[in-house]
Design a protein around this ligand. Sequence first.
Ligand code: SAH
Length: 512
Amino acid sequence: MSRDEKRGHVYLVGAGPGALGLVTLRARQLIEQADVIVYDYLCNPEMLRWARGDAEKIYVGKSGSYHTIPQEEINAILTSRALAGKEVVRLKGGDPYVFGRGGEEAQILARSGIPFEVVPGVTSAIAVPSYAGIPVTHRDFASTVTFVTGHEDPAKPDSAIDWSWLARLSGTLVFLMGVERLRQITGRLIAEGADPATPAALVRWGTTAHQETLAGTLGTIADLVQERRFSPPAAIVIGDVVKLRSELNWYEALPLFGKRIVVTRTRGQAGVLAQRLVQLGADVLEIPTIRIVPVPSDAPMREKLTAFSNHFDWLVFTSPNAVDRFFAEFFQVASDLRDLGTVKIASLGPATTAKLQQLHLRVDLQPEIFTAEKLAEALAEKIMPGARICFPKGRLAATLVADRLQERGARVESWILYDTQPEKEDLGGARLRYQNEGAHFSIFTSSSTVEYWHAMQLQSEPDTPRPRAVSLGPITSATLRRLGYEIAAEAPESTLDSLVATMLKLSMESIP
Ligand code: SAH
């Protein structure tokens, strides 16, 4: 083993401005591989979900300008872990070398002989104005852009900042870390000759779904910030480019912007729905309520799996999890997909069908409307009396399909291949945010998620919005009603498309 390998590395990684999609590919790769991740409060904690389950995650910063852990201690964490042979990712908000003391951390590593790599990130200084509809340069309005730290006291006689020069620049000024000293900053610029009518804006938590923007002028902005109690972290943008906001504000104009939506699903599944809602501007709190725990097949099931089509005419799936679990069991006993034989396959809807298609299996029946009821009806029309049906499912899945088919004379075997259990972890911090901030909507995609959500009894702070429930279908709605939840809407079909369309419709009707 070479010296370098034994030593481990430190990666100074830009975590981007907040939005998960603005993290670089290299950053994600390093997070996935890291032994140790050291992060602070400007890093979106959701990216920690990419980390290995056994990675050590060390939080070293809290909100405000003071570190929970002093810089020397952060340095010691980085060097000691690396010297012990660990791969250490030091995540820093935005770009590590823009006002983040990244340069100092790199110097320590260089001096300690620790191999390091720097992964630049999308800096908030550019991305945050951009998400508020403000390009930091523009041919007609600004040919220069200057990034300034707002930490320096403008009244300090030996300030490292040349205020009179800044005041005379015609380009864009972007101050980071400047909210607390805003009045001194704008006052000093005006005193040095800047025009008080120069457009100015503050953007807090930019690029995230709880972004807020406040626009005014150099002369008015400090009062506005005080009135509205606009708090950090925020980027301050000063210059004529701020005017472009009225034309270019694409992000805050997204249809679900400003709506906080709880998505309750199992770990693996929430992603797709959450992503679509995020793209529409929603602030999505992914709160997993359940996790899938496989229930192994028993001996009689395994016996039947070895000669499946001798025992069954139809294989019926009502969820993607059931497909996963059935084939996991099937391939325990079979080595060839053809061992499944000539059995026909029915699927409740597109998500389940897509899972089957991944296995290159064609679906023989999918109802036109994607509900359990319609599936049972459609199947009942197709099958012969006495048809033998295998129905792999979760322990809590509805028995409606099996019951209806049995009434029609079919012989249904329900195979329980997975169980659902309450999820306890809060890796992305979404539960905590729900408790502090509440939500406008919560989406339920199955009865079991409703049951588990109810069992969690999560309460949010008194003045926060109470979520209204949105349900994926009649069975889920019935469970919601039984447990006393108000239903804002039910998606007409059990698909993500239908659910997303329902959310869009709701957002137009309601002002939070
Ligand atoms: N290295 C970081 C900046 C670190 S200084 C970067 O390149 O972005 C911290 C300051 O960055 C905060 O005080 C705030 O002014 C700004 N900032 C970081 N993320 C922000 C966000 N999402 N919205 C608004 N300002 C942000």
